[in-house]
Design a protein around this ligand. Structure first.
Ligand SMILES: NC(=O)c1ccc[n+]([C@@H]2O[C@H](COP(=O)([O-])OP(=O)(O)OC[C@H]3O[C@@H](n4cnc5c(N)ncnc54)[C@H](O)[C@@H]3O)[C@@H](O)[C@H]2O)c1
Length: 330
């Protein structure tokens, strides 16, 4: 169903802009819907842009009607884990109350296809590595709790009105489509690869690596990095599946390979052509030694394959973005 309008909440954010790019490339019309609380107006260039909040029912009704929306990718939300611990009410308001308003207005408009940005944080402490979707869900912070709560609402909407949904549990999104002018720019930034790139550029203080005594090959924590362009491609497959009326499921989006913090930092240094200034600190409470996806069900059921997620490619695209943009933020 190409040419169809897809409401993309958070479409001016890091992942949302790449999802809009992928949808536009597949012939959809992405309607970026974003309040710009953390997004970038210049990222929303793949279709119409609506500046509004997801909790604004009238603005949602107007956008859905004006653009003839038939499906929704929902990425808008608060993302910083530390903030979720400090301000849980604000997190629940934005990530859960806001999503309830969105789902209510989509229901009213009879929009029946929905793709949701969930997270590996729904699992909590890994009991097995890699983690399949069936792994126990015991989030260790309000961020993961809000995402799991939304997954439960989606399952209930499916039972109640046949909503066709997918929750994509991203592992660590990274990389950029820098040649198209979009990339990672969070403020504050909490993700390793941008922090390492900016430390190498000298636009941010030396990186602190938290923990070098984990039970991993080099003592630093292992994470599963997925190129944001591969995430974009998965969302196109997800929207097609939901538009075909397939009732919901969660899918992990990762590669199944874990890289250590030290490997990532070394890779940034090699690609940047200069070392990443860094020091080691104590482990952070709540950080797991290893978070690695079992992505086999997305591969099998959606026909998705990460094509750009070799660590060198992710880091080269992140470095290209940061070194060209060169706009350090707090
Ligand atoms: N970046 C990652 O590694 C990662 C990993 C797992 C899950 N996710 C999820 O993916 C989604 C996108 O993450 P991101 O890294 O692109 O973050 P981001 O902050 O760049 O994007 C979020 C966007 O949502 C907008 N927004 C926030 N609250 C809003 C509201 N109430 N109404 C309208 N717009 C609002 C912001 O302005 C921003 O543009 C989030 O839901 C996040 O939880 C991201």
């Amino acid at each position: 169903m190409t040419g169809a309008s897809v409401l993309v909440t958070g479409g001016a954010g890091f992942v949302g802009a790449h999802v809009c790019r992928a949808l536009a490339g597949a012939g959809f019309v992405p309607v970026a819907y974003d309040d710009l609380s953390a997004g970038h107006r210049e990222f929303a260039k793949w279709g119409p842009f609506v500046r509004a909040k997801i909790e604004d029912a009238a603005a949602l009704d107007a956008a859905i009607a004006a653009h003839g929306v038939v499906a929704c990718v929902h990425l808008a939300g608060s993302i910083e884990v530390g903030l979720s611990v400090r301000e849980p009410v604000r997190f629940w308001q934005n990530n859960v109350s806001g999503t309830l308003v969105l789902l209510d207005r989509l229901r009213a408009a009879k929009v029946g296809a929905f793709v949701f940005s969930s997270t590996a944080a729904v699992y909590g402490e890994p009991e097995t590595v890699p983690m399949a979707e069936s792994h126990p869900k015991r989030p260790t912070n309000p961020y993961g709790e809000t995402k799991l709560a939304v997954e439960a609402v989606l399952a209930a909407e499916a039972r109640s009105r046949g909503l066709a949904w997918i929750a994509f549990r991203y592992f660590n999104a990274a990389g950029s489509a820098w040649a198209d002018g979009i990339g990672e720019d969070h403020s504050p930034e909490s993700h390793l690869i941008p922090l390492a790139c900016q430390a190498a550029m000298g636009t941010r203080p030396p990186l602190t690596i938290f923990g070098d005594d984990y039970p991993t090959p080099d003592g630093t924590a292992l994470r599963d990095y997925i190129h944001v362009v591969d995430l974009g491609a998965a969302h196109v497959l997800g929207i097609r599946r939901a538009l075909a009326g397939r009732i919901g499921a969660p899918f992990n989006l990762g590669t199944g390979t874990g890289y250590s913090v030290r490997q990532v930092v070394d890779t940034v240094g090699r690609i940047a052509g200069r070392p990443v200034p860094h020091s080691f600190g104590a482990r952070r409470a709540g950080d797991s030694p290893a978070l690695v996806a079992d992505p086999s069900s997305a591969m099998r059921e959606l026909g998705w394959q990460p094509k750009s997620s070799a660590l060198d490619t992710i880091v080269a695209d992140a470095w290209a973005w940061h070194s060209r943009r060169h706009t350090p933020k707090a």
